[in-house]
Design a protein around this ligand. Structure first.
Ligand code: ZN
Length: 156
């Protein structure tokens, strides 16, 4: 094995650890007090069902995010990462971030630059498993629906 291939393997291992960590102990899990925006996301293919809560202040900034629901490790980890990442963003920035995540996972945006995605780079591993892409993007679709005051986002 070359050094580069070995480093890539270690990185993948690190990402898997991050995903498993978030799946086992999701951040910001549960109903959010004072939520101003909420929406459900449903992925019938896998059986993932999540509800995303946002608290948006008067300046349009997200000062709280949480989620609850049930689903596979990928969907839960993605929702957990989402609630970490969007905290403090404006709703517009959150939607931009969401569009980046969804398009990069769907392979529409070419190879994303990891520094743009930060911790979300960990989710890029699911691209090897197309059926899991919907699991990874579910929370982000629910986030969009919540910001747009929609009720339910579905991957189908
Ligand atoms: Zn799933």
């Amino acid at each position: 094995m070359t050094a580069a291939a070995s480093a890539a393997g270690e990185l993948r291992e690190l990402y898997r650890e991050l995903i498993l960590d978030h799946a086992r102990s999701p951040r910001h899990y549960g109903e959010l007090e004072g939520a101003t925006h909420t929406a459900e996301g449903i992925n019938p293919l896998c059986g993932d069902k999540l509800k995303v809560y946002l608290r948006v202040d008067e300046a349009g900034r997200i000062d709280g995010a949480a989620f609850e629901g049930s689903g596979c490790a990928i969907s839960i980890a993605s929702a957990s990462l989402l609630t970490d990442i969007i905290h403090g963003l404006s709703t517009r920035q959150a939607k931009e971030r969401s569009a980046t995540v969804v398009s990069s996972l769907a392979g529409e945006a070419g190879q994303p630059r990891d520094q743009d995605l930060g911790k979300l780079a960990a989710l890029q591993g699911v691209k090897e498993f197309p059926a899991r892409v919907k699991c990874a993007t579910l929370a982000w679709r629910a986030l969009d629906a919540a910001i747009d005051h929609g009720k339910t986002a579905t991957t189908e």
